[in-house]
Design a protein around this ligand. Structure first.
Ligand SMILES: Cc1cc2nc3c(=O)[nH]c(=O)nc-3n(C[C@H](O)[C@H](O)[C@H](O)COP(=O)(O)OP(=O)(O)OC[C@H]3O[C@@H](n4cnc5c(N)ncnc54)[C@H](O)[C@@H]3O)c2cc1C
Length: 537
């Protein structure tokens, strides 16, 4: 029997993810980056289209395959991606999702954040090479010859996956290979050996994780006489031959499946010095800092995608005689998810504004330095429960691979792991605050722009923990407190009054709510807050 499919929900397709999102549009107005609106509508319509969503699904279902040798036995180290992956990469790079910040002084970071926020609502595997390419630009400054040859190609907004020398290419992408088997957080343990040659250096060793191995070049770390040093490793050499980057295998990952992540070996691989020998980790810090910024923006976008799916479902699905959105308890769940999503967006765009102002404004620079790891830690911690709760809003339909939530769910923990796992990030924050009292001042000033005793208490909790003899063990308490205080302050200034109050009551007051989503206190206007979460027609 082929029964009609009744009470099923139409897919969330055919909308403009920018135009329909009043929170995002408001963030753009505040940032002064309104010139991005045309491009944002364009990318928003693409992200919301059935065509793009089909590409995202195909690129993740038909995962990349490693082809180590050609049929004649020649080593080729080639990763074969599905055409949908290439279509998505071409679109993202073509739209300047990797490059815009470097081409528009002023509000370039905010404008680019809009595009990256939208992109992460569509597909996250491609977001990885896009981010690494974006974040490579500051490191190039340490190697002027490389910068002169590569920067223009990276910023060309042309996706050209051919494995040929960069001078023959329309555009280039960049990856990074740091992590080795014995440790990814403690990069002082790097064992890959660097030997000085006549021109280029020679690398011998391995990397345990190297994502997007078809990138045109990689920043990598190797041990020279002076210590761990940063090098630039192009995939093709100037004479057209392949550089010896041997891909051993691809990781079979939990999620992020459209993106290849590989184990590689260097065998007399040609590499060029970046920065000073022995200063490799310091040289790469700027790249890591910019990838962390991107994670904040990307995770905020992923939360919006999860919320959108939940809202779409509860609007159309009925149970017990009325639509799910009309049930008080479901309103509480959606309202709570909406608070989390809006607070994440506000944190991401405040951070982008601080990046934009960093050049001329020392306080904004301090804020940007401190807030990047704080927001990276906290948004990543919140992403997984958001994805799970949004999935549950869809019931069984959320737990099948055809649902976009399945992908979001598997993607959710990843941003917390790479680019500094939670503990490492929190310890970084402690170091930054200890090194620069101005950073805490800048944070306190930002937080203090909203006057609320509950926010003050949370900041005080962080200050007490900072003064504790066991401060290291309290690092998560400190970072979580500061993150919540920043979000609460932003909600009070930029969200509507009910949303701000519900956020502060539920997140800052000890008895404000339970630990799961959907536990906002009695008397909260959950129907109104849930309605605010809807995309506009
Ligand atoms: C899908 C994927 C793609 C990746 N792509 C790349 C890539 O392209 N290039 C690249 O270089 N790397 C890449 N990585 C590696 C990633 O950056 C590392 O996995 C990460 O840095 C953690 O390192 P590790 O796995 O060695 O864990 P470890 O360093 O062993 O850490 C394990 C745990 O211990 C905690 N920990 C570490 N030190 C301390 C401490 N002092 N106090 C308390 N806790 C601590 C960490 O927070 C973590 O939770 C990728 C990883 C994944 C999952």
């Amino acid at each position: 029997m082929n029964e009609d499919a009744t009470n099923q929900v139409p897919p969330l397709q055919g909308y403009d993810a920018y135009g329909a999102d009043p929170w995002l549009r408001a963030a753009v107005r505040r940032s002064g980056a309104t010139w991005i609106e045309g491009a944002a509508h364009g990318l928003g319509r693409y992200a919301g289209s059935a065509e793009a969503q089909a590409h995202a699904a195909s690129a993740n279902r038909n995962t990349p395959e490693l082809v180590t040798h050609d049929r004649f036995g020649n080593r080729i180290d080639f990763v074969d991606y599905h055409p949908s992956y290439h279509a998505l990469m071409a679109r993202a790079i073509g739209a300047g999702v990797h490059s815009l910040a470097w081409k528009h002084p002023g509000a370039g970071f905010s404008a680019r954040a809009v595009l990256f926020y939208l992109w992460n609502q569509l597909e996250q595997g491609t977001a990885c090479p896009v981010t690494m390419t974006f974040a490579s630009i500051p490191v190039m400054r340490h190697a002027p010859d490389i910068e002169a040859q590569w920067r223009g190609r990276v910023l060309a907004d042309a996706y050209d996956p051919r494995p040929i020398p960069v001078d023959e290419k329309a555009g280039a992408t960049i990856g990074m290979a740091m992590t080795e088997k014995q440790g990814g957080s403690d990069l002082r343990a790097v064992r890959t050996q660097a030997t000085r040659g006549d021109g280029a250096w020679r690398l011998d060793g391995h990397k345990w994780f190297c994502s997007a191995p078809m990138s045109d070049a990689f920043f990598t770390l190797a041990r020279a006489e002076q210590g761990v040093t940063c090098f630039f490793v192009p995939r093709s050499l100037p004479d057209g031959s392949r550089n010896a980057i041997h891909i051993q295998r691809l990781k079979d990952k939990v999620g992020n499946r459209s993106n290849a992540s590989s184990e590689i070996e260097y065998h007399a691989t040609a590499a060029w010095l970046v920065g000073e020998p022995g200063r490799g980790i310091a040289t790469l810090i700027e790249m890591a800092h910019h990838t962390r910024f991107d994670i904040v923006v990307g995770v905020a976008g992923m939360m919006r995608a999860a919320l959108n799916e939940a809202v779409n479902h509860v609007r159309h699905r009925s149970a017990f005689g009325k639509r799910l959105e009309q049930h008080g308890l479901m309103q509480n769940v959606v309202a709570d998810l909406a608070l989390e999503t809006e607070a994440a967006l506000l944190a991401a765009f405040r951070l982008a504004a601080a990046f934009d102002a960093s050049g001329e404004n020392a306080a904004e620079r301090e804020l940007q330095r401190a807030l990047t790891p704080i927001a990276k830690y906290w948004l990543c911690k919140r992403m997984t429960p958001v994805a799970v709760e949004a999935m549950e809003c869809l019931g069984g339909n959320g737990y099948v691979e055809e649902s976009p939530l399945a992908r979001l769910y598997r993607e959710a923990p990843l941003n917390g792991i790479w680019e500094g796992s939670a503990n490492v990030i929190c310890l970084d924050v402690l170091r930054a605050l200890a090194k620069s009292p101005e950073a805490l001042d800048a944070l306190s000033k930002e937080i203090g722009l909203a006057k609320d005793a509950r926010i003050d208490r949370v900041v005080q909790r962080a200050r007490v923990a900072l003064a504790d003899a066991q401060v290291e063990a309290q690092a998560r308490v400190i970072v979580e407190s500061l993150a919540l205080a920043v979000q609460a302050s932003l909600m009070q200034r930029y969200a509507n009054a009910q949303a701000a109050e519900a956020f502060c009551a539920s997140r800052l007051e000890p008895q404000g709510s339970g630990r799961a989503f959907g536990t906002l206190a009695a008397g909260t206007d959950t129907a109104g807050l849930a309605a605010r979460a809807a995309l506009e027609a």
